[in-house]
Write a protein that binds this ligand. Structure first.
Ligand SMILES: [Cu+2]
Length: 352
């Protein structure tokens, strides 16, 4: 609110100054036609172009220096490295091209400013120039697109080779539920029409399907490190998107259909908590939280890093808080945890 008021005051002061200059100008005896730009005006505008150029370079460098730390830490999935490399190379090319073209754009704006007696040269075309500025972007973009397509096909190759763990991610306003295939690693059939709250059948599993009997339904996603996981996404109501940023994974959850994504987690939660970037982030966050705690504000308990599954599709008013904790652990820890879970058959109320 204070910021808004300050901005309003600043804007009003600026308008007042502008109006006063107008009054001042009008009160002067006109010596020349001030509405037409003269050489001095053009030159000043040319210099302003350079000032703007320095401003955009400056703000870019500033943002990089100040905000790179909020980027995600190193990828925790087998395909994540490839994905990150593609992103960084694209970034590098964009910044390189932007650096050069902006400098040229502003320099030419200054160089060919209007001057008394200077006439523009009529220049129909130049085949060589046209060729250069067409062929370079074509080659670079075609390279990036082909590499992107190749990476995409690699990442999106969801198949059942290497005995993947089958996990369903079920989205609804505004929470996630995960379902494991159980002992047989096969998910029982399910349909939203079969949801029966009275019987605690919250995911609409088909009770007649024997594959569903040993399914395990949980509110915290556990994954064994190094084992491929095939995710099957469903949505109960509207479009959601299952986003697991640390694994560089995202897939929309669409009502009425099953979408898929597959990845292999490579770093356990324990290991990730020791990652220098993560340690730094936890430190920064907890420093802010300590300040909050001192002020008696809510949500100020110390934070510990955990992987998360977030919803990345604005799906309603509590979308921002639609998340589920992910724990990546060793095979033994995972098996131990799994053994403690109850199966669908054990939890569902018997038919009356
Ligand atoms: Cu959502």
């Amino acid at each position: 609110m204070t910021a808004l008021l300050t901005l309003t005051v600043l804007a009003l002061v600026a308008i007042a100054i502008w109006q006063m200059t107008k009054i001042f100008e009008l009160s002067q005896l006109k010596t020349e036609k001030t509405e037409i730009a003269n050489d001095t005006d053009n030159k000043n505008n040319g210099y302003l172009l350079f000032a703007f150029l320095i401003f955009i370079y400056g703000i870019t460098i500033f943002c990089f220096a100040k905000y790179t730390k909020v980027l995600l830490p190193e990828a925790s999935s087998a395909h994540g490295g490839e994905y990150d490399q593609l992103m960084w190379v694209s970034f590098a090319i964009i910044f390189f091209v932007q650096f050069i073209t902006q400098a040229l754009l502003h320099y030419f704006g200054y160089k060919y400013r209007g001057e008394e007696g200077k006439k523009a040269l009529f220049f129909a075309d130049n085949d060589r120039l046209e060729f250069i500025w067409t062929i370079i972007p074509v080659v670079v973009l075609a390279g990036l697109i082909l590499w992107g397509l190749y990476t995409w096909t690699n990442i999106m190759d969801v198949n059942d080779e290497d005995d993947p763990l089958i996990v369903e991610l079920y989205a609804q306003q505004f929470n996630w539920t995960a379902r494991y295939g159980g002992e047989d690693n096969v998910l029982g059939d399910a349909n939203v029409r079969l949801i029966d709250i009275d019987k605690a059948n919250i995911l609409g599993l088909d009770e007649a399907d024997p594959n569903g009997e040993d399914d395990v339904i949980v509110k915290e996603l556990h994954l064994p490190v190094g084992r491929k996981v095939n995710f099957k996404m469903r949505s109960q109501d509207v479009l959601h998107s299952a986003y697991m940023p640390h694994f560089r994974a995202q897939m929309n959850c669409v009502p009425g259909m099953i979408t898929q994504f597959s990845f292999t987690p490579t770093v356990t939660t324990e290991e990730m908590r020791l990652n220098p970037d993560v340690v730094e982030k936890v430190k920064r966050t907890n420093a802010i939280r300590a300040e909050w705690a001192a002020e008696g504000r809510p949500n100020s308990d110390p934070w510990e890093f955990d992987y998360v599954l977030l919803c990345n599709k604005i799906c309603g008013k509590s979308h921002y808080n639609m998340q589920m904790k992910i724990i990546v652990e060793t095979e033994e820890e995972f098996n131990k945890w799994m053994a403690e879970q109850t199966t669908f058959k054990q939890t569902v109320a018997p038919a009356e």
